[in-house]
Unconditional design. Structure first.
Length: 290
């Protein structure tokens, strides 16, 4: 007699949920990162959680600038910058600007497993607790950004011609960078500030068109405005050391062997007049005086 067959489903193991995710755990002993549930389950943007997890997995000293993160993720500069600001506002990330002995400014980034700078007591000492403050820009904005906002031109004809020329040339580099007249009027003052600061038109064009995302999630004008506002000005060329002119050596006074006149020379001898024969002997001058 054949063995009876049953179509009944196998009974689930005790404790297995009837719905939802079921974890298949694997004990990892290398190449893993510990992230708190408060960070991994943070409500809001998935980009923010993904950026936080990626930064947590990097070794110390790895670059975490907006440019470096955009080279790793498909999201553009605006979403990455927004994620960094959210992490900074929540206390997970702190960026400090420090001045080097050479006078240059650098930015050091600290990432905390727990907001507020709390670390393992057995681990290395943690840096000072971050202060509650709004997001810190990684790099100093153009110098004129601290001044009073400039009045927007009434029309494109009132904008700086060289700034308009730069904006009009962008579509030749990337056909997607098509700007309306109103957008060009709004961007022209920022472009003119960069040009006034000494940045060449070709250099500014390269900065605005380099490493653009494959897909724009916003108007091109918003991306250009972000880069004009957040990109640091290039460091000025080092000043040439002033040339120190060597002062000629002062020759000592000598007494002429013929006319006893004082003159400057490196060693005793005759003055210039005696060497040229224009001066008589001292006895001749005494007889003429009598």
């Amino acid at each position: 007699m054949d063995t009876p067959q049953s179509n009944a489903r196998l009974r689930a193991d005790a404790g297995t949920p009837a719905s939802g995710v079921i974890h298949v755990r694997t004990r990892l002993t290398a190449d893993f990162t510990v992230i708190s549930n408060a960070l991994a389950q943070r409500r809001g943007s998935a980009v923010t959680v993904g950026v936080a997890a990626y930064i947590s997995s990097l070794p110390d000293g790895s670059p975490v600038t907006i440019t470096a993160l955009c080279e790793h993720f498909r999201e553009g500069e605006i979403l990455i910058s927004r994620a960094l600001r959210e992490l900074e506002a929540a206390g997970y990330l702190e960026r400090r600007r420090e001045r080097l002995p050479t006078g240059q400014i650098r930015t050091r980034t600290y990432f905390y497993d727990v907001p507020g700078g709390e670390t393992d007591p057995d681990g290395p000492p943690d840096p000072p607790r971050p202060r509650k403050r709004p997001a810190v820009v990684e790099v100093p904005p153009p110098p004129s950004s601290t001044a009073a906002p400039e009045e927007e031109p009434a029309s494109l004809a009132d904008a700086a011609p060289r700034a308009v020329a730069v904006l009009a040339s962008l579509r030749r580099v990337d056909p997607r960078l098509v700007l309306s007249e109103r957008e060009a009027v709004r961007l022209a003052p920022a472009v003119d500030r960069w040009l006034t600061a000494g940045v060449g038109a070709h250099q500014l064009t390269d900065m605005l068109t380099a490493r653009l995302p494959d897909r724009f999630l916003t108007r091109p004008a918003a991306i250009l405005a972000f880069r004009l506002r957040e990109t640091p000005l290039p460091a000025p060329p080092p000043l040439a050391a002033p040339q120190i002119r060597e002062r000629p050596a002062v020759l000592p006074f000598q007494t002429c062997d013929s006319c006893e006149r004082a003159f400057r020379a490196p060693q005793p001898g005759h003055c210039r007049d005696c060497r040229s024969g224009r001066s008589g002997q001292p006895g001749d001058r005494l007889r003429a005086a009598c």
